[in-house]
Design a protein around this ligand. Sequence first.
Ligand SMILES: NC(=O)c1ccc[n+]([C@@H]2O[C@H](COP(=O)([O-])OP(=O)(O)OC[C@H]3O[C@@H](n4cnc5c(N)ncnc54)[C@H](O)[C@@H]3O)[C@@H](O)[C@H]2O)c1
Length: 347
Amino acid sequence: MIKCGIIGCGVIAPTHVEGYRALPDVEIVHISDLIPERMEKLGEKYGIARRSVDYHDLLADPEVELVSVCTDHASHAQIVIDALEAGKHVVCEKSPGRVPEDLKRMTDAAKRHPELVVSGIFQHRFQPANRTLRRLIEEGKFGRIVGVNLVFNCLRTNEYYQKDAWRGTIAGEGGGVLINQAIHHLDQLRFLFGGIRRVSALTANLTHQGVIEVEDSAAFVVEFRNGVFGTVNATNSAAEEWRSMLSVTGTELCLEYANEKPVHVEGLDAARAREVEEALSLEIKEQVVGKQYYGVGHTAQLADVVDAIREHRAPEVTIADACGSAVLVMAVYESARTGNWAEVPEY
Ligand SMILES: NC(=O)c1ccc[n+]([C@@H]2O[C@H](COP(=O)([O-])OP(=O)(O)OC[C@H]3O[C@@H](n4cnc5c(N)ncnc54)[C@H](O)[C@@H]3O)[C@@H](O)[C@H]2O)c1
């Protein structure tokens, strides 16, 4: 039996609870939140008896072997480090940190504890269609990929930002649409097409003036390490809740892929285009826990973390790999601030 603790009992916590509960021989034994009412509500709903306002008490619980960190961005690095020092395996929600120093501290701590499994949540990597798309790319179905364009639209209202003190602040969230929402799809770019070498970016606060300190919109050019160019346009001021639209241009096949479904596939070989479209048109039977756009990946990612503990291996998304997506966001901020290209450090 692997016994878990969850730190942070807000919006995303039930997705972790349900994810763990779906796994055999995994039990949640301890939860923590600074706001007692949130912790009591989650504990009562799922029958989790041990509850601590101070997360250090959860980390001192000898039964807890694995900890999910589900708090705001600014607190992630210290909680992950404290969990590792307490001898716990850890899975940390995105973004793994708020500033580059956070990422360095977390990855250094993970290196000091090679005996522990440390993962960062990017659940869209476990969404079946994304895994299929990655396989199709690796199999060469697109020929050579010569262009990638991502448009990410979502809606975050002023009320959303006013709900919790950390949201929309530099000190708490570290950024806006890019570090919180679009980061999933920037991670998807790295997952599908490989690392990014440098970025040239613009950011703005177009519709949340006076409410947030961070960007609600961004546009940037990326150069992948393999020389391919891409563009990204992201906003959380759109008239739709969540839509990621990825266009992949290959020398043999082109794909328009929206919210992880193919909307247009065309290529030199019509039979191959049909085959790719069918392979990506997957029916998902699992129930999503939380917002529909979270997808079904949390449970699969938590299963990978638990298996990694049992099999004494690294998880599929190591904390360093997760930090690779966070540092991409931070490079975009640096470029927007300086007006110059920003190099993306390798993680
Ligand atoms: N993967 C996804 O699809 C997804 C979706 C939503 C949120 N998230 C991420 O999950 C994290 C939490 O987001 P949320 O929307 O649940 O936020 P939230 O504000 O609803 O919940 C965070 C909770 O953490 C608690 N907390 C903060 N510091 C703490 C501490 N030191 N000890 C104990 N509790 C503490 C807060 O009191 C709060 O209840 C963020 O990193 C966010 O980006 C991920």
